[in-house]
Ligand binder design. Structure first.
Ligand SMILES: C[S@@+](CC[C@H](N)C(=O)[O-])C[C@H]1O[C@@H](n2cnc3c(N)ncnc32)[C@H](O)[C@@H]1O
Length: 394
């Protein structure tokens, strides 16, 4: 698994060592595998039990695939899980894709002895990695789900790890055990919650995925607090990020896919070729400046959908070597892309943006380059509302 990850991205030596030492078999004794394609409802999953001889081979394969591993269905207790098939409901927790965890840890650069806050700790893979790096008692885990927190503590104990744990809303952090030298969020937020900034130690670093309602173009915020307590932050577009916090719903192309294939739209030539997928700085700006769009990555040609406005555009090569934008619906999706693209060029094609946090917690993103910088505000970092009162365990 580590060799596969290394083929895709260079691994920081300490992260490589930690990935080799991770006991996924102890952390994830049972795993769900989906039995019907994504988007097919009701969902059907099979729970593999690593202790059962018939499941063992497939379970090991799933565990060490590097993919996100599904661990909880409908908020169930993890110690009451039974192998077999479940239909309907939804998966409520999973591990993070391992290449993403590796990238986050590589960028966060935690050190031995530092205090580490793992927000949205799920099955505890990131938490275990943090214990290996920072020390068995230097980590604090927070998850909204009490069953996950309980199971993770039980599974980490035989490995010699004794993190503190809080059940409750991750937006509040874990003030009782702070401040933290390193903070990593396993769920995406619309802006950096002010409590996280308060609990970041001087000289500390925090990483989180910033999302909008669109799943297509995540941003990664890297926040640093100087030795004098000043917050400095950047936001850059990235290929993949964490799923949104509980309660934030992403837009989806699923309801539109068949219609896009069947309904012809109005066509016009465009001089803008579909921008490269790796132009992350552009896509991130588009996500915020033309919100409400989602890309169908399964489509052969660039396909952008505005589900709320029942509009979309498909951009295909034309016979004469130029490009043809075929649009359906009221919203002029491609015109918005053309406009943001022009502004992005005028701003000097930024790949990374400065994220400014004002004293009142409001957050503003600016390219701060070129004659006409690109700018936008992040929406207020309000928690989507998690009723359970926080419980602390150490
Ligand atoms: C993808 S998992 C994190 C997995 C973890 N990084 C790992 O690899 O083991 C995200 C977790 O965030 C939790 N979560 C989502 N929203 C939350 C919130 N507002 N407060 C606390 N936990 C939250 C979910 O319960 C879920 O377990």
């Amino acid at each position: 698994m580590v060799a596969r990850l290394e083929a895709d991205q260079p691994l920081v030596p300490v992260v490589r060592e930690v990935l080799l030492a991770l006991r996924l078999d102890v952390l994830i004794p049972r795993a769900y595998v989906r039995q019907v394609p994504d988007g097919v409802e009701p969902g059907v999953w099979k729970l593999l039990d690593g202790a059962h001889p018939e499941d063992r081979e497939e379970w090991i394969k799933v565990l060490y695939s590097g993919d996100s591993v599904r661990v909880q269905h409908d908020g169930e207790r993890l110690d009451g899980q039974r192998r077999g098939v479940v239909t309907g409901g939804r998966i409520t927790s999973m591990s993070s894709v391992l290449s993403m965890t590796a990238a986050f840890l590589g960028e966060l650069q935690p050190q031995r002895g530092q205090s580490f806050l793992d927000l949205g700790s799920g099955p505890g893979v990131t938490g275990a990695a943090a214990c290996l790096i920072c020390g068995p008692e230097r980590v604090t885990l927070v998850d909204r789900d009490p069953h996950l927190v309980e199971a993770v503590l039980e599974r980490l104990a035989p490995l010699g790890f004794r993190p503190r744990a809080v059940t409750g809303d991750g937006y509040a952090g874990a003030p009782a055990f702070g401040p933290y030298d390193r903070v990593l969020s396993g769920f995406a937020v619309e802006a950096v919650p002010p409590h996280w900034l308060d609990q970041l130690a001087d000289g500390g670093r925090l990483l989180t995925t910033i999302t909008t309602r669109s799943p297509s173009w995540p941003g990664r915020a890297v926040v640093e607090k100087t030795a004098r307590g000043r917050v400095e932050a950047t936001l850059r577009g990235v290929r993949s990020g964490h799923r949104p916090a509980h309660g934030l719903e992403w837009l989806t192309v699923l309801a539109h896919r068949e219609r896009i294939a069947a309904e012809p739209g109005s066509r016009r030539h465009t001089s803008l070729a579909p921008p490269d997928e790796s132009a992350y700085g552009l896509w991130l700006a588009l996500d915020h400046l033309a919100p409400g769009l989602v890309r169908d990555y399964r489509a052969e040609h660039l396909t952008l959908v505005a589900p709320d406005e029942d509009s979309w555009v498909v951009v295909r090569p034309a016979a004469d070597g130029s490009w043809m934008a075929e649009s359906v619906g009221e919203r002029p999706v491609w015109a918005e892309v053309e406009e943001v693209h022009a502004r992005w060029l005028a701003a000097g094609e930024p790949t990374s943006y400065r994220l400014e946090v004002a004293a009142d917690g409001s957050q503003h993103v600016t390219s701060a380059t070129g004659p006409a910088p690109l700018e936008w505000a992040l929406s207020a970092p309000a928690a989507p509302g998690i009723p359970a009162p926080a419980q602390e365990r150490s």
